[in-house]
Design a binder for this molecule. Structure first.
Ligand code: G3H
Ligand code: ZN
Length: 295
């Protein structure tokens, strides 16, 4: 079985990206795993602190490990947006493969100091664990927003990115490059799309030569995603699109069978709706393309 680091390296060399999908129940996990297996591509499932609180860090780690072993399949588990060392250590001890240590709300120097400390602490628990650091402002909440926040002042610069990577020793960097967490209502209706600062992505890659994650992937223009991956993005996070599909699928399942009470007869509609979104995103992330810059 290849490690997550090996698979990221492969993705980098072939101009593909690994899809990261947030889950908070078995419907979402089932849908993500089924979509990835159908396409035969590696996949990352992630849980933020809130999602872990609901599902349980140890149970989900055991579940994902069991899928990986039973099917000999490259499915990996990420502790998404972790805001304290204590929660990061808890996830590392539970067996997560990677951790997003997110101190991006703090002043830059404090973010550097705490992230460096976390990298050191987490690597003593598991040397092969990948630690991702966050810089800049991409807003909060994988939810439907009424208004777009003004994130223009929180864009990451190549110089900041280089300094952050060199000072902290992170394995992966998540910069602010025009991306944003969550979706506007017009995005849910498919009327507008998020656009990315592709130049900025390319210059941050040149300045750091490190694996890059794009957060806030939901509702992003397909062509921008293709170019972002060609320019050096190695992981793309999708959450809100899945949550929207989960809700619609569940509503359909309930509406189709108004008297049904058996969960496994109602929930397949939700699994199918989420699976369609995951499949379409995974297809795009795994297209054959020319890659621009190596790590
Ligand atoms: O960490 C999670 C992601 O960045 C998801 O963002 O809800 O906009 O897809 P999204
Ligand atoms: Zn995120």
């Amino acid at each position: 079985m290849h490690s997550l680091r090996d698979l990221l390296q492969d993705a980098q060399q072939t101009g593909k990206a690994i899809g990261h999908f947030n889950i908070s129940d078995l419907v979402l996990l089932k849908a993500v795993f089924a979509a990835a297996r159908e396409l035969g591509v590696p996949v990352l499932v992630g849980l933020s602190e809130g999602e872990r609180e609901f599902v349980g860090a140890r149970p989900i780690a055991a579940f994902v490990r069991s899928l990986r072993e039973e099917f000999d399949y490259p499915i990996f588990l990420n502790a998404d947006h972790t805001h304290s060392l204590a929660k990061a250590v808890e996830a590392a001890k539970a067996g997560f493969d990677s951790i997003v240590f997110d101190m991006s709300a703090l002043p830059f120097d404090e973010n550097v100091r705490q992230t460096k400390q976390a990298v050191e602490a987490l690597k003593t628990i598991n040397l092969s664990m990948l630690v991702e650091g966050e810089i800049g402002d991409i807003g909060t909440g994988s939810e439907i927003h009424d208004q777009a926040p003004d994130l223009s002042k929180g864009l990451s610069t190549p110089e900041q990115a280089r300094q952050f990577v060199e000072s902290t020793g992170v394995d992966i960097l998540a910069p602010a490059v025009g991306n944003m967490h969550g979706m506007l209502r017009s995005m849910v209706r498919g009327e507008t799309k998020k656009r990315l600062d592709l130049e900025r992505i390319a210059s941050i890659k040149r300045a750091t030569r490190i694996f890059l994650t794009l957060h806030g992937g939901s509702g992003t223009d397909d062509e921008d995603l293709r170019k972002a991956i060609a320019g050096g993005i190695n992981i793309v996070h999708i959450n809100t699109e899945l949550r929207v599909a989960w809700r619609h699928g569940l509503e359909q399942g309930l509406a189709k069978q108004p008297d049904e009470v058996v969960p496994y007869k109602i929930l397949p509609s939700a699994v199918d709706a989420v699976k369609q979104v995951v499949s379409s995103r995974l297809r795009l992330f795994n297209e054959e393309r020319h890659f621009a810059q190596g790590v």
